[in-house]
Design a protein around this ligand. Structure first.
Ligand code: OSB
Ligand code: MG
Length: 371
């Protein structure tokens, strides 16, 4: 398939959406999110949307909403405007000189993939080579005020049919909440995510988690601490999953070579877009490492991209692609992402596979830029 695309205009929209339920992790607490929606337009007037799902503060990754805006405005969009390409894989090469800034890159990369798939008349999932018609969604639960609040939240989500629950943990909120949830749900697919807050001084708590039959322990140590993850994995049966540690394919290569992971969380945002996320999937599959798609509480546009990438064959574990309604009373796409008993259908419609609600976006926009 060869379709020439020339980007002639680009727009950024900083959009603020309230969360239906406050979310707390080992590093932050939030009640609303500001994400940057990216619009790329080609010479024929076709539009592709992407989402820069950076956190507001540099506590998950080094980026913030402001750094993403700056990098997109100053470097990424100028690199793509006026250029002609015929495959979306070529777009990230246009900014090859720009180091890091994966979240900013991801939003522009996704917009290019969405534009290209809609111009070619194929779904985003098909454009990527996805083979699944539906994907299994898990939920991610934040740190709650009390264990009873947490148990109520697990009850709500499992009653809705979600087959996998991940719990955010931090020192002081680890063994006891996990023990309580495991006692109430002996067979639940349960895993924990520390967002890198532990050090090897906390080995007692981390080893104590090994008795609960968790599907994985996600990112116990800091992003660069690959050797600490490898040492932990040698002493526990629970598979170690890496999230923040893997920003590039080279990171994945290093982690594989030192046996720092048994499972990989692939985030489109953290890897800098769909091209890199798919390459990480291919490499993990070759190495025999199961993968799943992580999320950043994306609005519908980023969420739809996560669903599309989750349709690749190596995404064998439930992904963080829970329904829009878990986070937002009304989403920026129509229809919203819907999960029925924890299963999300992969859209067959062309491009993003959803209509973009430009009225809702306009009503929630706090800043815009046209280039
Ligand atoms: O580590 O997966 C994470 C949200 C913000 C920052 C980091 C993480 C998360 C999530 C989101 O867990 C899960 C989701 O989008 O459903
Ligand atoms: Mg994580």
């Amino acid at each position: 398939m060869s379709t020439e695309v020339k980007i002639t205009a680009a727009r950024l929209h900083r959009v603020r959406m309230p969360l239906v339920h406050e979310f707390r992790t080992s590093s932050h607490r939030k009640t609303f999110l500001d994400h940057i929606l990216v619009e790329l337009e080609d010479a024929s007037g076709a539009i592709g949307w992407g989402e820069i799902a950076s956190t507001s503060d540099p506590y998950y990754a080094p980026e913030t909403v402001e750094t993403c805006w700056h990098v997109a405005e100053r470097y990424l969009l100028p690199a793509v405007i006026g250029q002609v390409w015929d495959r979306p894989e070529q777009v990230s090469r246009l900014w090859a000189k720009v180091r890091g800034n994966q979240f900013a890159k991801a939003g522009v990369d996704v917009a290019a993939w969405v534009l290209w798939s809609s111009v070619c008349g194929v779904s985003l999932a098909a454009a990527l080579g996805g083979t699944r018609t539906e994907v299994v969604a898990g939920v991610s639960l934040g740190i709650e005020p009390t264990i009873d609040d947490l148990l109520a939240e697990v009850e709500r989500q499992t009653a809705a049919g979600y087959p996998r629950v991940k719990l955010k943990i931090a020192p002081g909120w680890d063994v006891e909440p996990v023990r309580a949830v495991r006692a109430a749900y002996p067979d639940l697919d349960l895993h924990v995510d520390a967002n890198g807050i532990y050090t090897e001084e906390h080995l007692t708590a981390l080893r104590a988690l090994d008795e609960f039959g968790l599907t994985m322990i996600e990112q116990p140590f800091a992003p660069r601490a690959l050797l600490a993850h490898a040492r932990l994995q040698r002493t526990i049966a629970t598979p170690v999953c890496l999230d923040e540690s893997i920003e590039t394919l080279d990171d994945l290569e290093t982690a594989l070579s030192v046996d720092a992971l048994k499972v990989l969380n692939i985030k489109v945002s953290r890897m800098g877009g769909l091209t890199a996320a798919r390459a990480a999937h291919d490499r993990a599959q070759q190495a025999g490492i199961p993968v799943w798609c992580g999320g950043m509480h994306e609005f519908g546009i980023g969420r739809a991209a996560n669903v599309a990438v989750s349709s690749l064959p190596g995404f064998t574990l439930p992904s963080d692609v829970s329904a829009s309604e878990k986070y937002y009373a009304r989403d920026v796409i129509e229809p919203a992402v819907i999960a029925v008993r924890g299963v999300v259908q992969v859209p067959e419609a062309t491009g993003l596979g959803h209509q973009v609600d430009t009225d809702l976006i306009a009503a929630n926009t706090v800043a815009t830029l046209s280039l």
